[in-house]
Design a protein around this ligand. Structure first.
Ligand code: DOR
Ligand code: ZN
Length: 346
């Protein structure tokens, strides 16, 4: 196997950049390697209108170090009050690339999400009409559903009914964590794709809970059993175009992670490409890394692939800082718990 791999510059199809000082700290970590990213709208308050997205995009570009190039692909946060005309106008002007559906209460800053799916029917129908894709956080929030079952139940109770009721709606099931989701996405037509995170290819639920509780491995959807991780790994390395990278890199200060009620999120932006190269090499699928990180996403989103390239080189183990600083806080970088030999060198 060659010790160097040149691929088209990757994109991240699910990223949390936050705002303010945190955004200034984490944005270069993504822009260093990635050309574009789908920017999650779960700020406080959320990015709900076209005007919100335009202002947020402006703040992101203003925070970008001048020597870096990066294109934020903006999304709007779907609420029960979303105006379909506002969505359509933001799409027509090229401002937004997708709309994000959070079931109310499913995760960090999702209080304004959707509780009654009938109330977003008109918006979804308009999106299907104009070809605006829907990104979905696929977990039910019903209290009687076990947290490890919430993704599988969401497919049956919410996602499948929405797709059947809205022909033509193009959906991305984001950060899938189960073999149920892999199977479901495979049975669907070409109007459904899924993103897979870096961390869900590495950890299972034991990483969170065995030998002491490890808050930095806690994210949502929560990592599942090993058989599910293996199904995700098989999907990511299969070469199937319906699976592509969305890191869900989700920075939180350590003070918000290491606390009796800690936030969900793994911060993988700095070392994602190193980890993925290691994971794909171990799976004997290095030749499929480019599809997963750089080709399948643009194909589904109907965007051009990037023309620039990056080169990964294999050598002695590379290390990344354990944390990055934001003002007087630290954000812990995801630790895959295995040595990394690949780094982006050009
Ligand atoms: O782990 C997560 N963190 N999952 C999400 O869906 C949201 C994200 C965040 O915003 O921190
Ligand atoms: Zn997310």
């Amino acid at each position: 196997m060659s010790d160097s791999l040149t691929i088209r510059r990757p994109d991240d199809w699910h990223l949390h950049l936050r705002d303010g000082a945190m955004m200034h700290a984490v944005l270069p970590e993504t822009a260093r390697h990635f050309a574009r990213a789908i920017i999650m709208p779960n700020l406080v308050p959320p990015v709900v209108t076209g005007a919100d997205a335009a202002a947020y995009r402006h703040r992101i570009l203003a925070a970008l170090p001048p020597e870096m190039s990066f294109q934020p692909l903006m999304t709007l946060y779907l609420t029960e009050d979303t105006d379909p005309d506002d969505l359509a106008a933001a799409h027509a002007s090229g401002l937004i690339t997708a709309v994000k559906l959070y079931p109310a209460g499913a995760t960090t800053n999702s209080a304004s999400g959707v509780a009654n799916f009938d109330k977003v029917r008109a918006a979804l129908e308009r999106m299907a009409e104009i070809g605006l894709p829907l990104c979905v956080h696929g977990e039910v929030t019903a209290e009687d559903i076990d947290i490890f079952d919430r993704e599988a139940v969401f497919i049956d109770r919410v996602l499948d009914p929405i797709r059947k009721a809205t022909p033509g709606l193009r959906v991305i099931m984001e950060h899938i964590t189960t073999s149920d989701a892999v199977d479901y996405v495979r049975t669907a037509g070409d109007d459904l794709a899924a993103t897979i995170t870096t961390h869900h290819l590495v950890i299972n639920r034991n990483h969170i809970l065995v030998g002491g509780i490890r808050p930095h491995y806690y994210c949502l959807p929560v990592a599942k059993r090993e058989n599910h991780r293996l199904a995700l790994l098989a999907a990511a390395t299969s070469g199937e175009t319906r699976f592509f990278l969305g890191t869900d890199s989700a920075p939180h200060p350590d003070t918000a992670k290491i606390t009796p009620c800690g936030c969900a999120g793994c911060f993988t932006a700095p070392n994602t490409m190193s980890i993925l190269a290691e994971v794909f090499e171990k799976a004997n699928a290095l030749d499929r890394l480019e599809g997963f990180t750089s080709l399948h996403g643009p194909n589904f989103y109907r965007l051009p692939v990037n023309t620039e390239t990056i080169t990964l080189t294999k050598g002695a183990p590379v290390t990344y800082p354990n944390t990055i600083s934001v003002e007087d806080e630290q954000i812990t970088v995801f630790d895959p718990e295995f040595p990394l030999h690949w780094s982006v060198t050009a």
